[in-house]
Write a protein that binds this ligand. Structure first.
Ligand SMILES: Nc1ncnc2c1ncn2[C@@H]1O[C@H](COP(=O)(O)OP(=O)(O)OP(=O)(O)O)[C@@H](O)[C@H]1O
Ligand code: SF4
Ligand SMILES: [Mg+2]
Length: 338
């Protein structure tokens, strides 16, 4: 009998996050869908305001103030996170799902020793005695390559450099051996050399601990180095999703193409997201049809009124664009007629 394919670790379906606007709601995430296998890395890129942090927070069921998860499913290890109690969700956050949020330098508590902050998770969620939890804290500090962990564990955040605090945020996230780590721009506050070291560290830790990683970043160079697959977000929707090498070599969506075309380097993948003429839309005033149409060089009449579907443009490669839908149609028709 053929082996059954393993279900993905995480399956996100039609996720919608919105805020109240007049009598209705404005969508910040609109129909987000993707899957993530155990141990894999998905990069999420997109301009400022495209919904990356909203997605990171929603995956841990921690929507930012004023926002609510208003639709869809987040199936993690077989259970829908949107259907379980807050107590169950809290337990999962301590044990199976960890987050490093956009500004980890400020997410540490300035009043508590580093050791206290790392030891808290295993003490609460694994009921580890204090001495053992502090021993775990020292081991984790060593794992994130902080020199002299015996002394550092007793220090306060202000006694550490920015790079060290970033590593401490990583140690806190790993304190309970998560299966899923969601890291929202974990390196933006760091200088470039420390960024490279920190990303290498994340990859090393991933190899050792085996967690899956959702890595949110502005930087396509980071995606190229670190991520198996990439999701490109625009106006709260994933407009292209596929293997990183495939998407960077042969982007299918005009938005991704515009990002790639305006990158400064010959390799085409180093550096932050470049500017594309025009502004991304305000979620309160979304354009009709394809949200990218006011900025798209290849816009067609139907783009202004009809929302493009997700179209398969290659193996596990999706693009939400009418051009791809039209190109796929003859192939699909030919397949049906054979
Ligand atoms: N509480 C809120 N109320 C209304 N709109 C919000 C709220 N939080 C976020 N938004 C809007 O949602 C959109 C997505 O914001 P989000 O922070 O997820 O973007 P991002 O892709 O992470 O951007 P950046 O790259 O700047 O971090 C933005 O247009 C933002 O203004
Ligand atoms: S659907 Fe139309 S407007 Fe949107 S990206 Fe494709 S061609 Fe451009
Ligand atoms: Mg953000």
């Amino acid at each position: 009998m053929a082996a059954q394919p393993r279900p993905p670790l995480l399956q996100v379906e039609d996720l919608e996050v919105s805020f109240a606007l007049g009598r209705g709601r404005a969508r910040v995430l609109d129909g987000v869908r993707f899957t993530l296998d155990a141990g894999a890395t998905l990069g999420v890129v997109g301009e400022s305001g495209s919904g990356k942090s909203t997605l990171a927070a929603a995956l841990a069921r921690l929507p930012q103030a004023g926002l609510a998860i208003t639709g869809g499913r987040i199936v993690f290890e077989g259970q829908d996170l949107l259907r379980i109690s807050e107590a169950q969700m809290r337990a999962l956050r301590g044990q199976r799902i960890a987050t490093i949020l956009q500004d980890p330098l400020h997410s540490l508590n300035p009043l508590l020793r580093i050791g206290t902050q790392i030891a808290e998770t295993p003490m609460v969620h694994e009921r580890l005695p204090r001495a053992q939890a502090w021993q775990r804290a020292r081991e984790l500090l060593a794992a994130v390559r902080i020199a002299n962990p015996e002394a550092r564990v007793r220090e306060y955040p202000h006694q550490l450099s920015g790079g060290m605090r970033q590593r401490v945020a990583g140690a806190i996230a790993l304190a309970c051996a998560p299966r899923l780590l969601i890291a929202d721009e974990p390196t933006t506050a760091l200088d470039p050399t420390v960024q490279v070291q920190y990303l290498q560290l994340l990859k090393d830790l991933q190899r050792t601990h085996g967690f899956a990683l959702v890595l949110i970043t502005h930087d396509l160079g980071i995606v190229a180095r670190v991520c198996d697959r990439v999701a490109v977000m625009y106006a709260g929707r994933i407009v292209e999703l596929g293997a990183t090498a495939q998407v960077l070599r042969a982007a299918a969506h005009p938005y991704t193409q515009a990002l790639m075309a305006s990158l400064p380097t010959a390799a085409g993948v180093a550096g932050s997201l470049p500017a594309i003429p025009g502004q991304p839309p305000d979620p309160a005033l979304p354009p009709g049809g394809c949200a990218f149409h006011p900025r798209c060089a290849q816009v067609m009449p139907r783009c202004r009124s009809e929302r493009p579907p997700d179209v398969t443009v290659g193996p596990a490669h999706l693009s939400a664009c009418w051009l791809n839908a039209e190109a796929a149609r003859p192939a699909a028709a030919a397949e049906r007629s054979t």
